[in-house]
Design a protein around this ligand. Structure first.
Ligand SMILES: *Cc1c(COP(=O)(O)O)cnc(C)c1O
Length: 379
């Protein structure tokens, strides 16, 4: 089955009760048993729910995995992955990382005796320097947020295989439409399904996808034992979102490219961060491991400071000033005062998150309206 068919049919069956084409929202916590243990595969909705199961099978299908798991948020999914580890274990992680992931690692799991090394992974060989006998997990996010750095998943998978370490990839920005980490050698794919998979800014959810049955069994155990599951209504919404993932992503990519090029040619723009440009430092890797460059773009205006960047994001009309990304509507953000405000100025400027940096999540509106909006806001 090709990807554009998988988004609609992958792992899906018509509902056995009445043939409903979409899985019903099984809004139930429990299931009648004829005799103790005599049930139809569902006992209690923390453990299993038919609507969630339909979604989990869709997750597995679109990422070319065998097993999918849905959680109450992206961070709940990451939390489950780190619970595979024990005190004394070490993790090598991307440094230009989603802020909430960094907070979970440093403010929760460091206290449980897990050690994290945050490093730039644009040169994959560097990862090997941080690997020792306690290293149990490599955590990769690519493209990174907000600097749009690209990390070579295949090269890092080779290192993880040599040392028998798990490799997890946060695939939120790319989505499986553009990048399939399990095919490139990763063991675990993670999503904030809140973003492109849901696609309509109306739900918070997380996903994990794996191929290995032993790893899946352990993750299902953690999912049930820790209990950070999502409800049936949210499962339905994300399943519906996935059905149009491919056509949304196609338009996100087209609009993203048009806006990246528009900004690059704009006399008032200093720098545009988008992996589709030939002068992007890891453009060749992006071209090899991705089927397109997506709708996430960051840029800096010439001679701009904190206040003028704030003015631009406030003046935008179709780009709503908001946290988050990946919905049908365009959003703009100012990382220094929003998503990355908790990181000290000196630290964030080292990775390029300067006061004048603006991040766009390009939506699927008419491109002429979006460019006109940028034109009036940048001036
Ligand atoms: C939003 C996001 C997360 C966290 O997901 P939530 O659904 O908000 O918990 C993790 N990684 C990336 C790249 C994200 O954009």
């Amino acid at each position: 089955m090709k990807f554009n068919t998988k988004t609609i049919h992958g792992g899906q069956k018509h509902d056995p009760a009445y043939g409903a084409v979409m899985p019903p929202i099984y809004q139930t916590s429990t299931y009648a048993q004829t005799t103790p243990g005599g049930h139809k595969g569902f006992e209690y909705s923390r453990t299993h729910n038919p609507t969630r199961k339909a979604l989990e099978d869709s997750f597995a299908s679109i990422e070319n995995g065998k097993f999918g798991l849905a959680f109450g948020s992206g961070l709940a999914a990451i939390d489950a992955v780190i619970k595979l580890l024990k005190p004394g274990d070490e993790v090598v992680s991307t440094n230009d990382l989603y802020g909430g992931t960094y907070r979970l690692f440093t403010k929760i799991f460091e206290d449980f005796g897990i050690k994290f090394h945050f490093i730039g992974m644009e040169n994959a060989d560097k990862v090997e320097d941080y690997v020792n006998e306690n290293t149990k997990l490599i955590w990769v996010e690519t493209p990174t947020n907000p600097m749009m750095n690209i990390i070579d998943i295949k090269a890092i998978a080779a290192i993880s295989k040599t040392h028998n370490i798990l490799l997890a990839v946060d695939n939120t920005f790319a989505t499986p439409y553009l990048q399939r980490p399990l095919d490139l050698g990763a063991d675990i794919v993670m999503h904030s399904a809140t973003k492109y998979l849901g696609g309509h800014s109306d739900v918070v959810m997380g996903a994990l996808i794996v191929k290995d049955s032993t790893l899946a069994e352990r993750l299902y155990f953690i999912q049930n034992a820790s209990g950070a599951v999502c409800g049936p209504q949210d499962s339905f919404l994300v399943l519906r979102g996935i059905k149009t993932l491919h056509i949304r992503m196609q338009r996100h990519c087209e609009n993203g490219e048009a806006i990246a090029k528009y900004l690059k040619n704009h006399p008032k723009i200093e720098k545009v961060y988008w992996p589709g440009f030939e002068d992007h430092p890891n453009h060749e890797i992006a071209k090899a491991q991705m089927d397109g460059f997506g709708g996430m773009i960051s840029f800096v205006t010439k001679g701009s400071d904190y206040d003028s960047a704030i003015k631009i994001v406030e003046n935008l009309k179709f780009f709503t000033l908001a946290e988050s990304l990946g919905g049908v509507e365009s959003l703009a953000g100012h990382p220094a005062s929003m998503t990355h405000a908790s990181i000290p100025k000196e630290e964030r400027e080292k990775t390029g998150v300067v006061d004048s940096l603006i991040r766009l999540s390009v939506g699927i509106e008419d491109i002429n309206d979006l460019i006109a909006d940028l034109e009036q806001a940048i001036g």
